[in-house]
Write a new protein. Structure first.
Ligand SMILES: Cc1ncc(C[n+]2csc(CCOP(=O)(O)OP(=O)(O)O)c2C)c(N)n1
Ligand SMILES: [Mg+2]
Length: 329
């Protein structure tokens, strides 16, 4: 690969229309998860749920920087990534409700949303377990000479797992087109990062593997979009992987059963001031959008979510005879 092909100019700034569209998706994710929370509280869902509320800027910014043919892998906190990649809201709800029309025919649930039709290759519950799988996905595209990139989202806690280090090492040696995106939300399950990790800037871990490592504001959706657009273009040109550390915050507990009492007083409130949806709305107002227009968008997104839920609830439960279908390849 000639060196000049590896230098890609920064992408242009996003238009207000594009940013309005991102806001729409971020609101859909926010309302979708409000309903998930309610459904779990009502006992309509088996298993657990892990909300990404507060982290929507990372997944929307990153997924909008790539195309439908590019692939995404994420964690059990993956509702946002899969919706941002384009999965339909009704079939995502149906999956969480265990319905036959669910994205995985109701067999995966909240922690395993997958929609191959839009390149959402999987949500994985084993911390760090999907990083080597992302390598396989990227290798397949590289081997078959398709210029696709793979986005791999994971939490800060994953960076202390062996598979993280093995995956970054091999991705770098093989120049695989993977964008590793660490959603650093400051906590593992219940542990503050500083109690498990001896460094503050996780992007530094890229140094050991000879790839670029950058820390960005994950609540600035346009900043995420720019960074991922830039590195995706480089990866398509053969420059290999990157580690992006996106600083963000989960506004709810780790999972449904966690009231998050371990947080210092005032921390949540400070991060709510930097809520990614609020930040983007303020920015669009500065760009000249009227508040009423933004309020209308909120109402539209909420109605779309409620309509999708109503459709999903009306769909049939799976036929028990199909239990073992799709289980073995
Ligand atoms: C290999 C493995 N160890 C432990 C767990 C239990 N566990 C589930 S989530 C979690 C915390 C992960 O934190 P982080 O990677 O920061 O992701 P976040 O939940 O903050 O999005 C742990 C320890 C697991 N699922 N897999
Ligand atoms: Mg975390």
């Amino acid at each position: 690969m000639p060196k000049e092909n590896l230098t890609v100019a920064n992408p242009p700034a996003a238009t207000p229309e594009e940013q309005f569209d991102w806001l729409h998706t971020m609101l859909q994710i926010r309302y979708f998860e409000d309903e998930c929370h309610r459904m779990f509280a009502q006992g309509l869902v088996r298993g657990s749920t892990h909300l990404c509320q507060g982290q929507e800027g990372v997944v929307v910014g990153a997924c909008r920087a790539v195309g439908i043919d590019d692939k995404v892998l994420c964690t059990y906190r993956g509702h946002g990534a899969v919706i941002a990649k384009g999965a339909p809201l009704d079939r995502a709800f149906a999956e969480i409700l265990g319905k036959a029309n669910g994205l995985c025919a109701g067999k995966g649930g909240s922690m395993h949303l997958t929609d191959m039709a839009v390149g959402a290759v999987g949500s994985f519950a084993i911390v760090g377990g999907h990083l080597p799988i992302a390598l396989g996905v990227a290798f397949e595209a590289q081997y078959n000479e398709r210029q696709e990139v793979t986005l791999c989202f994971f939490g800060d806690g994953s960076t202390n797992i062996g598979a993280f280090h093995e995956a970054l090492n091999m991705a770098s040696v093989w120049k695989l087109p993977v964008i590793f995106i660490c959603e650093n939300n400051l906590y593992g399950e219940y542990s503050p990062l500083a109690t498990t990790t001896p460094i503050e800037r996780l992007a530094q871990r890229a140094d050991s593997y000879g790839m670029p490592g950058v820390t960005i504001d994950g609540n600035d959706v346009e900043g995420v979009w720019r960074t991922v657009s830039d590195y995706a273009a480089r990866a398509r040109a053969g420059a290999g992987p990157v580690l992006v550390e996106a600083l963000t915050y989960r506004q709810k507990g780790h999972s449904r059963s966690d009231p998050a009492k371990y947080r210092p007083t005032g921390e949540l409130e400070a991060w709510l001031e930097r809520d990614p949806i609020r930040l983007l709305e303020t920015k669009l107002e500065h760009l000249g959008l009227e508040r009423g227009h933004l309020d209308d968008l909120r109402a539209t997104a909420e109605q779309e979510v409620m309509d999708a839920l109503e459709r999903a609830r009306g769909w049939p439960d799976p036929n028990p005879e199909r239990l073992e279908e799709d289980v073995y390849a």
